[in-house]
Design a binder for this molecule. Structure first.
Ligand SMILES: C[S@@+](CC[C@H](N)C(=O)[O-])C[C@H]1O[C@@H](n2cnc3c(N)ncnc32)[C@H](O)[C@@H]1O
Length: 311
């Protein structure tokens, strides 16, 4: 029997989860300074909305105000990472998929290096940074007249920009190695093959165009390619473990975790995704690892109040 527990609520507090009870976190947060997530950050923290308004009206302070917005977006994510640290067992692992953002602020084009900021914040919380994966996406080159182009000016140096076509899968551990008894049967049953090890434990994962096969709602939530959580869950957890996704989206991590015989807890603040999550998780393929499945979806009462959260 495996179980899935969805909490429709804000993961800046994981109050439903006891300390040291989760073995693995696999997640992808909203990416700071990527336009599709602007509105959500505003709705989570009204100070962000106020700064955007100030920036739009500002003539000569735009760059500084954008920097403050970026900082504040990461300070909001930090609250979830603090909670993730609390609920992980010693030796538990957190895999965070995040991409950098490029954006024009006033007339100045620049990069916001989300991966670097996330590493700094997680180190600050106490996580140990492990070697990470670069997820090479199928071409995300901007289009110009229907053809792939590069940002910047034609063929003349030096003012064109490199296209960001990799995202990061950052990998952190809470403390030292997780301990197992030498004869642990669940661990042995979770073994991967030599071929799997050789292709998974390399730094660049080129996962071709599966995103194009996603439904519209999955695209809107920036759903994972299923292969990403599938690999991570097999690499960093054993059958019977509990996996957490604090930014559940359409429920990809939960579906895959349950297919792999792991239990899963997911938090999602956007209530409109509830039925999509239910549908996706109900489509879990059954085998001997998950012959019985149990899914619960609960709505948390009340909003998270920023001033009540621990820092
Ligand atoms: C990049 S998407 C995750 C997509 C997911 N990996 C999938 O495959 O569908 C990020 C999700 O986090 C949710 N979210 C953002 N802030 C949140 C918060 N504070 N608590 C819970 N969910 C949040 C968003 O609504 C969005 O669905």
């Amino acid at each position: 029997m495996v179980w899935g527990r969805v909490i429709i609520g804000d993961s800046r507090s994981l109050r439903e989860i006891p300390d040291k009870s989760v073995h693995l976190v696999v997640t992808s947060p909203p990416y700071p300074m990527i336009e599709m997530w602007d509105e959500q950050f505003r709705s989570l923290d009204e100070r962000i909305g106020a700064l955007w308004t100030e920036m739009e009206e500002s003539v000569d302070d735009k760059v500084n105000l954008a920097r403050r917005i970026y900082d504040l977006m990461h300070e909001n994510l930090r609250l979830t990472w603090i909670e993730v640290y609390r609920v992980l067992v010693n030796g538990g692992i957190a895999c965070i998929n995040i991409g950098d953002a490029t954006r024009k602020i006033g007339n100045l084009f620049r990069t916001f290096p989300n991966h670097a900021r996330t590493i700094e914040i997680c180190e600050d919380i106490g996580f140990v940074t492990l070697p990470y994966v670069l997820w090479k996406k199928p071409s995300t080159k901007p289009k110009y007249k229907g053809k792939g182009a590069f940002l910047g000016s034609g063929f003349l140096p030096p003012n064109a920009y490199v296209t960001l076509d990799c995202e990061y899968i950052l990998i952190f551990r809470k403390g030292g190695l997780r301990k197992f008894r030498p004869d642990d049967r669940r661990r042995r049953a979770s073994k991967y093959t030599k071929e799997e090890r050789d292709s998974w434990f390399t730094q660049i994962w080129s996962l071709p165009g599966v995103r194009q096969e996603l439904s519209n709602s999955e695209r809107r939530a920036a759903a994972f390619n299923e292969q990403v959580p599938r690999r991570l869950i097999r690499m960093f957890s054993v059958i019977g473990d509990t996996v957490l996704d604090p930014f559940l989206g359409t429920g990809t991590t939960m579906k895959v975790a349950m297919e792999l015989g792991r239990n899963c807890i997911g938090y999602e603040v956007d209530e409109s995704l509830k039925e999509i999550i239910r549908e996706k998780v109900s489509s879990v393929k059954r085998d001997q690892r998950n012959a019985g499945i149990q899914l619960s979806i609960t709505q948390r009462r009340g909003k998270v109040k920023l001033n009540e959260l621990s820092n």
